[in-house]
Design a binder for this molecule. Structure first.
Ligand code: ZN
Ligand code: ZN
Length: 391
């Protein structure tokens, strides 16, 4: 049974200012416009782009597919697991409403037909995009770096638009919400739109590893976990980020969304200290049966060519593989039971190289996983902009 559709409004980690991290999450096959977003590094402009290429006939096999950076590189087929090509062809013949097995995510381009039909009475792309924006009730922000919040900030006046007003809440752990209030919505960087209780914009602090009920979807719950993300330039103290665990209480399916993630998760750098990512994997293995994990959206910002000290609080393929090995060990799965996780790679830094760095990272991950028998069943995908993962 699939539960979710995740639309990649922004799947990149810069340095280009376009399409930085923002994932729109909705119940699968819903004709309502309600949604939530994990991070807000992209916004209405990207919703418009996604609308323009929303057509069920365009699959990732099609040449018409339009990804911001893809046109500068090679065939889009390379960005998805090999088996998916077969699967997508097959999925074109079956109706979308048929359940899709969890271990074979269906990847499409743009918004679903059902969503598009709901927008039929709006005539322009702008109107349609604003209506979709109106339906986003909550943003779960991983950390307050600009590439994760710029869309939220620039779009925020739309909440007060006369004909399409909306209410939104920005959720995060305390280091995120305090920074938003103090350093962004402070009447200096941006108007303090959160000033009055009656305002349309609210900021709410979540508690570490505590269940938060998602307003828009009563069956869904969200759990935030603090992780490390590099150090401050000025004094070397820790910078933090968040990994969110989203779960459907009815059918139990779970998705995991990582904010920026350090390869070194030891607090204070002490080998004997608490390892935050290790603690999260422990929680997952103790509370979520393996078969209920529909997908893990996790960053892998740089290729293996980067040394650890050049990662600045991010993961490279070897570090990600090491973490997946940890997860395998914690689930205590023997080598004969397939570890068939869907791992969707996000936040790649688009540095200038002759080959798309996303493809380099994907190939490195697959190559290392092949030499690691316990990880051979993992399917690695890339979170391409304007694509929709059905999980
Ligand atoms: Zn980032
Ligand atoms: Zn960051």
């Amino acid at each position: 049974m699939v539960s979710f559709e995740v639309i990649i409004l922004g799947g990149l980690g810069g340095p280009s200012e376009s399409s930085t991290q923002c994932f729109m999450v909705r119940p699968f096959d819903s004709s309502e416009l309600n949604s939530l977003c994990v991070d807000g590094g992209a916004g209405v402009g990207h919703i418009m782009d996604t609308l323009v290429c929303s057509n069920e006939d365009l699959t990732v096999d099609g040449d018409e597919v339009n990804d911001d950076f893809h046109k500068y590189f090679r065939s889009l087929n390379q960005y998805h697991h090999d088996e998916d090509k077969y699967y997508k062809r097959r999925s074109k013949r079956i109706k979308l409403s048929k359940p899709v097995q969890n271990n074979n995510p269906n990847v499409k381009v743009g918004f679903s037909n059902k969503m598009i039909e709901t927008l039929n009475d709006r005539s322009t792309v702008l109107e349609k995009a604003y209506s979709i924006y109106q339906g986003i009730e909550s943003y779960y922000i991983t950390h307050p770096h600009l590439d994760h919040i710029n869309g939220i900030i620039l779009n925020s006046p739309l909440m007060f638009e006369r004909d399409l007003p909306s209410n939104k809440t920005l959720y995060g752990l305390n280091f995120t919400t305090e920074a938003l209030q103090t350093h962004v919505f402070n009447d200096i960087i941006w108007p303090n739109l959160t000033n009055q209780e009656s305002s349309n914009l609210h900021i709410e602090t979540l508690k570490q590893s505590q269940i938060h009920n998602v307003n828009a979807f009563p069956n869904w719950e969200m759990l935030p976990f603090k992780i490390c993300h590099g150090t401050k330039v000025i004094d070397g103290s820790r910078v933090f980020s968040t990994v969110y665990l989203l779960r459907d209480r009815i059918n139990k399916n779970a998705l995991i969304f990582f904010g920026d993630t350090d390869y070194n998760q030891h607090i204070d750098g002490k080998e004997t200290g608490l390892d935050l990512l290790d603690a999260f994997w422990d929680y997952l293995a103790d509370h979520i049966p393996f078969d209920e994990i529909s997908g893990i959206f996790i960053e892998c910002s740089s290729t293996c060519n980067y040394r650890d000290e050049q990662l600045y609080g991010h993961l490279s393929p070897q570090h990600l593989i090491d973490n997946l090995k940890d997860l395998h060990r914690k689930y205590n799965r023997d080598l004969n039971s397939r570890f068939d996780l869907n791992v969707i790679i996000t936040h790649v830094k688009m540095v200038p190289t002759s080959k798309d760095p996303r493809l380099t990272i994907l190939n490195e991950l697959r190559t290392i996983a092949k030499t690691t028998p316990e990880l051979d069943g993992i399917k690695f995908h890339l979170a391409l902009n304007k694509h929709r993962f059905i999980l």
